[in-house]
Design a protein around this ligand. Sequence first.
Ligand code: NDP
Length: 308
Amino acid sequence: TQVERLFVHESVESVVPKRAFRDAFDDLDVPCELVGDGRTYEAGDAVATYVPRPEFLDAGWIHCTRAGYDEFDADAYEAAGVPLTNSTGIHGATVGELAMGYMLSFARLLHVYRDHQNERDWHRPEYERPFTVEDERLCVVGLGTLGRGIAERGDAMGMDVVGVRRSGDPVPGVGTVYTPDRLHEAIADARFVALAVPHTPATEALVSDEEFGTMRGDAYVINVGRGPVLDQEALVRALESGEVAGAALDVFETEPLPEDSPLWDHEEVIVSPHKGSATNRYHLDLAEVVKENVRRIGSGEELRNRVA
Ligand code: NDP
């Protein structure tokens, strides 16, 4: 079947301006309309959406405008025979640069200087504190689009990059690729541990007390995957006891991060508001993924990024 009507669910506003995103489909032959909740769909309808809705199971194809589709019940789509696609493949540069920025900040103390700048304070840090990321070991957990984006940039900065992925297959720029059963070995010697895995039963609390105990005392942990991959209470304990040096987090167990979280106050914690993928042209990048699949459906090819 062809796509006869394309709908943009207004929930996309969470990540892109919804009208600009809708307008990005003006060059398609298919009509595109912004919709809210409670509409009925038919087999010729496709919906691009940030959130799942029960009525989507009547449509012909649903596109999730996120790489992490953990909020969608993939089994229900499978059972209904409605293909579900996600938006993986476009966040290598955005999240890669964010992770590189975190690491450079920890090494070159940008976050510390900015804190002091707020007080007009010409701060001189302890001699031991600054370092270079060059020659430091980076362990990237999850070597898909995000993980590779981080690993490539780390490699370009002269870091010693290792990583973890399910298959254990080699990845360019990554010296050693471990399988998940060797996670402890992979993180033990790393100065930076970057988490770039999806949230699944296998990755929930992947990094908790035991893993913080395994890490170097001067290690920094970065989470750009999903909040529940990192046990946040264990992180707070590890920071307080000095088991790890710091953390940079773009994703949290509860978002927005509650005001009373101790993570806000820690000098060596960088909090970013789940904006790792944000750019001023994100609506165009997301629309390209959708348009590619409209074309593919038209020519009877398999869908890109099909997850159910
Ligand atoms: P990909 O599917 O391209 O990559 C996922 C990677 O995780 C793969 O390398 C996979 O291994 C690995 N993996 C899966 N399960 C495990 C496990 N149990 N142990 C170790 N490795 C595992 O996804 P993306 O890189 O596009 O996105 C990853 C996640 O990042 C998303 O699911 C989403 O939650 C999050 N995300 C966050 C963003 C942000 O704004 N902060 C933006 C975009 C995504 P293998 O290669 O062997 O299959």
